[in-house]
Design a binder for this molecule. Sequence first.
Ligand SMILES: NC(=O)C1=CN([C@@H]2O[C@H](COP(=O)(O)OP(=O)(O)OC[C@H]3O[C@@H](n4cnc5c(N)ncnc54)[C@H](OP(=O)(O)O)[C@@H]3O)[C@@H](O)[C@H]2O)C=CC1
Ligand SMILES: O=C(O)CCC(=O)C(=O)O
Length: 497
Amino acid sequence: MTATLQTKKLRNFIDGDWVEVEASTAVINPATGEEIVQVPLSSSENVHQAVYAAKQAQKEWALVPAPQRAEVLYRVGYLMKERKERLSQLLTMENGKVIEEARGEVQEGIDMAFYMAGEGRRLFGQTTPAELKDKFAMSQRCPVGVVGIITPWNFPIAIATWKSFPAIVAGNAVIWKPATETPIMAYELASIFEEAGLPKGIMNVVFGTGSTVGDAMVHHEDIRIISFTGSNDTGRNIAAECGKQLKKVSLEMGGKNAVIVMEDADVDLAVEGILWSAFGTSGQRCTACSRVIVHEDVKSTLEERLLAEMEKLTIGNGLDERNKIGPIINQKGVEKIKSYIQIGKDEGAKLLAGGYEWKDDSYQDGIFFAPTLFTDANSSMRIAQEEIFGPVVSLIPVESFEEAIKVNNGVTFGLSSSIFTKDVNRVFQAQRDLDTGIVYVNAGTTGAEIHLPFGGTKGTGNGHRDSGVQALDVFTEWKAVYVDYSGKLQRAQIDVD
Ligand SMILES: NC(=O)C1=CN([C@@H]2O[C@H](COP(=O)(O)OP(=O)(O)OC[C@H]3O[C@@H](n4cnc5c(N)ncnc54)[C@H](OP(=O)(O)O)[C@@H]3O)[C@@H](O)[C@H]2O)C=CC1
Ligand SMILES: O=C(O)CCC(=O)C(=O)O
């Protein structure tokens, strides 16, 4: 039986209460065009209420021993596990990704809960020798206070868990603004936190637009960090505003990720990697493969096998297990993709497959785009430089390994890259020289594991990482503590000539 929601209109979760907001807008299933639920359009006043509650609650939460804070995350993990199928179906309904991928995303959230709960017994600082006798020196992680989390529609639950779980285990309180297109995962996760016994005010969900709710969060002086994932334009604006306030900001933005296929690659394996990382989630991933840098010796073989496999991809509602390609999030997304198809043609790339909005009698109100393959692209073309966020991949032929690395690095983004080769020397050279935060060898560009840092170089971010133990650096401040137990005032005096 397909999962359903008990309510026709979601409510904010503020200070442990479900708070109704009058204004709302419809959440649409992109595969069917049907309304699933109404989502509140909150005001900046709703943000202020949430921050006030969070600020009070956080003072107590910071005093709860971290292993006890972690207990809540263990319970969250078990509840998510129990509800995995429900969460996955609702995720497919609001976002469109096929159910197999939705299950994978929910599993990332479950893994993150258990992983970060484990950190509750670590949260390591350092002890170090002091310069003086009878003196002790150490550093420790401290919570920052109230943290703001702004998340996109393409990973409505995983990204939120990468950010909120480390924040909570570290002793912070959270204000979370999910994307207006995909609020259901936030509603479900807030219910899970409530059931798991998280104290009131530690997790607050405020639904509404970026321009109102997100903006109020960015400007609120009691929110000490903004952790954001989304587009580069929005991320830059947020960073500029946070800069003015000297507010910490962690950004995870776009990608122009490439798979490199060398002449000695297992081409069938490369085809599989490209298929999943280019067309999975209909290419709407920041880690999606949108360039294939192929050695000219294997170019025609790769094209032929890729085209044959692309033909087998079934498009449709992601709730039907047979479908491999789900919808595009909204019509604006399709228009953006279409504009890049035209740009690619005008630039002289050769369209081998797809390139059109896919329609079918059974999905008259759904929004789909056919998997698309360009070939004979070059690195200076806009289709090879800019994030399209759709199922579009461009083949760029190269003559050597060195040229492949140069083309890979010749974009303003630096999130994920991959190389298919059997040459162990090239593997090690590539992992050293590829200028991205994530490198895969003999696998596609997607499929991050939550215990490793997630993020990228150059225009992809601003040096911070989601996920992994590194996420704790975003949500904690370091404190250096010196304890002098000599009973007299000592001064450090070490001169090294
Ligand atoms: N790297 C990635 O993972 C992602 C990249 N993108 C890229 O961005 C493009 C546009 O997608 P879009 O959803 O519009 O991305 P946005 O960057 O606009 O949205 C991401 C989040 O930021 C919020 N937001 C928007 N404006 C502001 C603001 N002024 N202040 C604070 N928060 C704000 C959004 O709210 P709301 O939408 O509710 O108004 C949403 O929660 C895509 O086509 C894709 O190229 C998009 C999503 C993820
Ligand atoms: O690759 C993954 O598993 C996560 C990717 C992600 O967050 C994204 O691509 O937007």
